[in-house]
Design a protein around this ligand. Structure first.
Ligand code: ADP
Ligand code: MG
Length: 306
């Protein structure tokens, strides 16, 4: 689990950072939330409040606000590379709306490119290098949105109702469109098309993209003509819906239902990850039940997560 600190808004009133990342480490793993001035007088709960006292958190790696897209990608690149060896990889961006999830995953052009285009580029480059060893790869990408526990295909085409199929533990989404991608340009075209479909659908339903989960999935099929080996890997890069709490956003009605669906799938994701962690620790024979089916998000990702 990595934590990335977003730089404060330019010109914002709170230019003073309330997050401290230790500066004596090259690859820091901790961060500290500093007390908010005046918060100690904010009421009886304040002495119990992380904001009032300051609090320390540990992660596998912390990226301070000065960290670049390249810094972040370098840390996940081994994971994305392993998809070429046939692994099923999942990377999630989690956080409140505005915390930098989309910036981190998609990013902008040039040096601001995010994990998705960088991962794809890495895979294209690596596949080219593997050609000399007899490997040929084919790449296919899909873009999927999960909104209110419904799946939506983001590649252009007739709108169809998507359902998850689960046959003998192999979870697929029949009918989900995919497109061949061969290089950065074809990936960019695909992402642009997906983003158009996404915003059109969102406008129709009056929803915001921060309320849905966005999944970029790339399938990597490789064959070695010399050794007859083959691999079938998958890269899942997920920009999760905002993690803000319903209680704090003061919503009701449809917005409440929407927020509950988001909270449900985020907490299901937490449940799945925690059950997986326990299962790994366990030495007993009976594998612990992992509740993949409790949300569309975890169900769609079941094969990769397990
Ligand atoms: P989210 O997807 O979590 O709602 P965004 O990625 O849209 O958040 O980020 C909110 C705003 O902050 C955007 O304008 C984005 O460009 C900017 N931003 C986020 N992270 C960074 C960063 N590390 N450096 C510079 N700007 C950032
Ligand atoms: Mg976003």
């Amino acid at each position: 689990v990595f934590c990335r600190v977003r730089p404060p808004d330019r010109g914002g009133a709170t230019s003073k950072s309330l997050v401290r990342v230790p500066s004596n480490q090259i690859e820091p793993t901790a961060l500290e939330l500093l007390p908010v001035e005046g918060a100690a007088q904010a009421g009886p709960a304040a002495s119990n409040n992380a904001n009032a006292k300051g609090a320390k958190f540990k992660f596998d790696r912390v990226f301070g606000e000065a960290s670049s897209q390249e810094d972040v990608f370098r840390e996940v690149s081994q994971l994305t590379q392993s998809a070429l060896d046939g692994h099923r990889v999942c990377i999630f961006a989690y956080g409140q709306t505005g915390s930098g999830k989309t910036f981190t995953m998609e990013g902008a052009s040039g040096d601001h490119r995010g994990v998705v285009p960088r991962a794809a580029q890495q895979v294209f480059d690596a596949a080219r290098d593997l050609q000399s060893l007899g490997w040929t790869y084919e790449f296919e990408a899909s873009c999927l949105e999960i909104y209110n526990e419904e799946l939506r295909d983001l590649l252009p085409g007739p709108s169809t109702k998507l359902k998850i199929s689960d046959a003998n533990g192999v979870v697929t989404v029949p009918g989900l469109r995919s497109a061949k991608i061969v290089d950065a340009a074809s990936l960019e075209a695909l992402l642009n098309a997906a983003s158009k479909v996404r915003s059109t659908a969102a406008t129709k339903c009056n929803e915001q993209s921060s309320r849905s989960h966005y999944l970029f999935r790339m399938r990597l099929k490789g064959r070695n003509a010399t050794t007859q080996e083959s691999v079938d890997g998958e890269l899942n890069l997920i920009d999760l819906a905002g993690s803000e709490r319903t209680k704090e956003s003061g919503v009701s009605g449809d917005a409440m239902r929407e927020a509950n669906a988001i909270n449900k799938s985020l907490s299901s994701l937490g449940d799945v990850i925690s059950a997986m962690g326990k299962r790994q620790d366990a030495t007993g024979r009976t594998p612990m039940h992992v509740p993949y089916r409790n949300s569309k998000l975890t169900h769609v990702l079941q094969n990769a997560l397990s």
